[in-house]
Structure formats: C-alpha cells, structure tokens
Design a binder for this molecule. Structure first.
Ligand SMILES: Nc1nc2c(ncn2[C@@H]2O[C@H](COP(=O)(O)OP(=O)(O)OP(=O)(O)O)[C@@H](O)[C@H]2O)c(=O)[nH]1
Ligand SMILES: [Mg+2]
Length: 468
C-alpha cells in the first residue's frame, strides 16, 4: 500500500471502520433493486436481516426482516467476505424488489443495526483505498455509467479493465529505469562521461518521449469520446446562430425569427458527429442593448464562451459590415483575458443568398467556413472541420477513456521530458535530467493515484452518485 493511501486511511474519518449502506441501483421502480452494505458490520447485518448465516458468494433466497420482526420484503442475500469484494471489505448485498419505498425501508433497517448512509462515491473510494482498483479505474466506473455513446462505453470499460493504467504504469517504470540509470552514472562520474557520450541515455529518453506522445494521442481521443467538445455559437443578432444550432442537431430546438434579439438566454443541445459527442450552446446575439433581459442574455453569452473548447463566430455574409464586424468581434474576443487562447472558427452564414458554393479557407491562421444554416449546404464541411480540430477520426477507435485531468498530467509529464531533453543535449546536465525525470514520474503517478492529494481525491469521488 502506498504511503499516501496509508496516511489517508489514518486521517480520513470515513475510513475509521464505519459500515456504509446505500441503494446501488438507479432510483425509480424496477424488477430488482439492490441495497449494498460494506464494512466490518456487514456480515452481522446480513445475518440479522436474513436470519441466517450467509455463505460466501452464495445466493440465499430469504425474507428480509425488520427489527420488530416484520417481513419488509424477500429476495436474495449475498455475502462477499473481505478481501474478495468490490470494496475489499466485507460486503452484503440484498436484492429486493425495486421499489423506492421498500429499498428505503431496507436502508433504514441497516442503519438501525450498525451501518450509516454512504456518501457519494464512497464504495468506489473504498475500493481505491483498499487497492482493489486505481484512480483511473475508479474514474472509469463513473464514466462507464455516464457514457452517452457506445464507443464511450466501450472505452470506459477498457479503462476499467486497466488498459489505460497499464500504459501509464509502463511509462512510469521506463522513466524510473532511466532515472536510476542516470543517477547511478552521476554517482560514478567516470561512467557519466561514457553514458552521455555513447548516446544511450538520449536514445532511451527519445524512446520514452515517443511512447508518451502515443499515449497522449490515445488519451486525447478517449477524452473526446467521453467528454465531448463544447462549442459556443456567437455573433450579432440575426447572424443565424439559432438556425445553425438547429441545422447541426437536425431538430427545431431553437426559435428562429427575422427579429433581432430573438434568443434571450443560452440554449444547449447535445449531439454526435459520427460518434464524437458535442455540446453546442446557442447564445443571445452580441450588441449594445439597454434592454435589461437582453443585457443579461449577452452577459451569459460571454460567460458561456469562457468555458468553450471552440467558439463559432457567425457573421451574416450579406450584411454591409461583414469585414468590420469580423474585426470588431475577433478583437473583443481576443481582448478578453479568459478567451485569448480559445480557438475560433468564423462562419460566414447565408451563402445561399449570394448563390455561392460553401467553402473553407484559412485566413491569418483562422479557419473561415462559408455555409448556409438555412439550406444546410456546407454543414458537412463544418462537421469535418470540427472532427479535424479535435483530432477525431472515424477509424481511430480510442482504446480507453480518459479525462481532461489525465490529459493535463500527461501534458505536464511531456513538458518535463522536453526540459530534460534540453538539459541533456544542450548542457549535458545529468543531475538536472534526473530531476526532470522525477517530476515526470510524479505527474504520471497522479493519473493512477499512486501520487495524489486529498483535495484531488475529494473532487473525484464527490462527483460520483450515492451507491457507487
Ligand atoms: N437565407 C438565409 N437565411 C438565414 C440563414 N440562416 C438564418 N437565416 C435567417 O436569418 C434570420 C435570423 O436567424 P436566427 O437563426 O434566428 O439568428 P440568430 O443569430 O439566432 O439571431 P438572434 O437570436 O436574434 O441573436 C431568420 O429569419 C433566419 O431564417 C441562411 O443560411 N440563409
Ligand atoms: Mg437566436
């Protein structure tokens, strides 16, 4: 067990030997509903409720008894003794009838005889702290449950099986190996000259950099498949933002009229392009307004842009002021501190009015697409462009799911390797390279949870729902 986990077990009040209970199945009515109990009192609770001594991993069909002797329900009692359970602790599962009232009664019963209600994600957190799964696998459970596409579910399942963790652990071990090699050479200076001169370290370092890059590419793919990209449609009133939202989603989601200022509030739609999830936000048109409601709408448009992965800036191709509009809007986006790095694509809408064909060009590093939201012509160009922006290919089946936090850690790990590479090639500084390799190692360790702060763990597990 890692030091971090040991200290967590000692300091976290939730791991002081409490027995926890929650409904593990989705809320609502169903044929079967499961109440799960984990912790040192689980077996005794199982015995009290079922009035028998459950055998390990044996399905007992029993009545479920309340303390007063009344039968609350009947169903299957299952006992998974530690450490061969999901959490690594003694676990009891009651498979009852799936009604909210009967399951609540069972939970209350368990609480009255030695359990307490579980917090969100607490079962998975215990599995992690008891070394049953690592952090990426814990996250994969949440991702699998919340997957919105088949591909996302497949990838999350792969991560849960440990595919992503294996990649990270391989990287950690080759980085560690190289670091030990470099440190040993530093301790024996006469050999240091050798190892730098004969290029073995450089060769190994380049190999690690290439492997990390490959994992980064796959993780990026996995993250897009899982989380999708947030696109925010902005522009002046009547540019056709709502029409574009409808064209992309294939539905009449947003109200479209020829009246400027039709959209007052941000409107969201979740769509897929060939399996790539997209969160599209239609916003209120940007203009100076004295209208209180419109002003608030415009404030929200700017707020939405702050969390965008990409801004689609719509311009009416037939407006007299097309060029100055473009310059003014780009200028106001780039002048906003929070948006200065957010990529922008310019959409010249209403190309049908001109009778021109849809097209794509790159002007001063910004992609400009000419299309018609109304007729749908050129929408496929925009879709292809979005796939390219996100590095998403139909044929590239990501092998595992990943989150933004993982990409961030991989990115930091790669940056340390690059610095280490410079230290080696430009300064021949073995000590500094060793230090960079150490930092790289801990960035990678953060992904699987080998190295992680309490704050990070709190953030990850609190995003789970109760019973997970
Ligand atoms: N000819 C043509 N008209 C379009 C096109 N796109 C939108 N329009 C028209 O332009 C007008 C405004 O469209 P909207 O989609 O409501 O524009 P908006 O940008 O959402 O406007 P606000 O919500 O007021 O900010 C409507 O009359 C649309 O039918 C297009 O590609 N071609
Ligand atoms: Mg609108």
């Amino acid at each position: 067990m890692s030091l971090q986990k040991e200290s967590k077990l000692q300091t976290n009040p939730t791991l002081d030997g409490d027995t926890i209970v929650a409904i593990a199945t989705a809320p609502g009515r169903g044929g079967v509903g499961i109440v799960r109990v984990s912790g040192p009192n689980a077996q005794a609770i199982g015995q009290t409720v079922s009035r028998l001594d459950p055998l390990a991993r044996h399905a007992h069909f029993t009545p479920f008894y309340g303390t007063s002797g009344t039968v609350l329900d009947s169903g299957i009692t299952l006992f998974f003794p530690a450490p061969n359970s999901f959490t690594g602790e003694d676990v009891i599962e009651f498979q009852a009838h799936g009604g909210p009232v009967v399951l609540d009664l069972l939970v209350k019963e368990c609480c009255s005889i030695g359990a307490r209600p579980a917090r969100a994600g607490e079962f998975t957190e215990r599995a992690y702290l008891n070394d049953k799964i690592d952090l990426t696998q814990a996250e994969a459970i949440a991702d699998l449950i919340s997957s919105t596409t088949e591909k996302a579910a497949r990838n999350a399942s792969q991560s849960l099986q440990g595919t992503f963790s294996k990649e990270i652990n391989t990287l950690i071990s080759i980085v560690t190996e190289l670091r030990i090699f470099v440190e040993a050479a530093i301790d024996f200076p006469e050999e240091e000259i050798d190892f730098i001169a004969d290029g073995r370290v450089l060769e190994k370092l380049l190999d690690i950099m290439a492997q990390l890059q490959r994992v980064q590419n796959e993780a990026t793919q996995g993250s897009i498949t899982q989380e999708g990209m947030k696109l925010v449609l902005v522009g002046k009133p009547n540019a056709g933002k709502s029409s574009l939202l409808n064209a992309l989603s294939g539905q009449d989601t947003a109200i479209v009229t020829s009246i400027e200022g039709t959209t007052r509030d941000s409107l969201r739609e979740h769509i897929q392009i060939d399996g790539m999830p997209l969160h599209i936000v239609d916003t209120a048109g940007l203009r100076d307004s004295e209208d209180q409601i419109e002003k608030e709408g415009i404030r929200r448009s700017w707020k939405e842009m702050e969390s965008a992965d990409r801004i689609l800036l719509l311009i009416d191709k037939n407006a007299d002021t097309t060029d100055s509009d473009k310059r003014a809007l780009i200028h106001s986006i780039r002048n906003n501190e929070a948006l200065k790095n957010t990529p922008v694509t310019i959409i010249y809408n209403k190309c049908d009015l001109e009778g021109t064909e849809p097209s794509l060009s790159v002007v001063e590093d910004i992609t400009e697409i000419s299309l018609s939201a109304k007729t749908g012509s050129g929408i496929h160009i925009l879709k292809d462009h979005l796939k390219v922006c996100m590095g998403y290919g139909d044929s590239m089946e990501g092998r595992f799911s990943a989150r933004r936090r993982h990409l961030q850690s991989l990115h930091e790990a790669a940056a340390f390797l690059e610095t280490g590479h410079r230290q080696l090639t430009q300064a021949g500084a073995g000590e500094l390279l060793a230090e960079d390799l150490r930092h790289c190692q801990s960035c990678l360790g953060e992904i699987t949870g080998a190295v992680s702060s309490d704050e990070l763990l709190g953030k990850i597990f609190s995003s789970f729902c109760i019973g997970k």
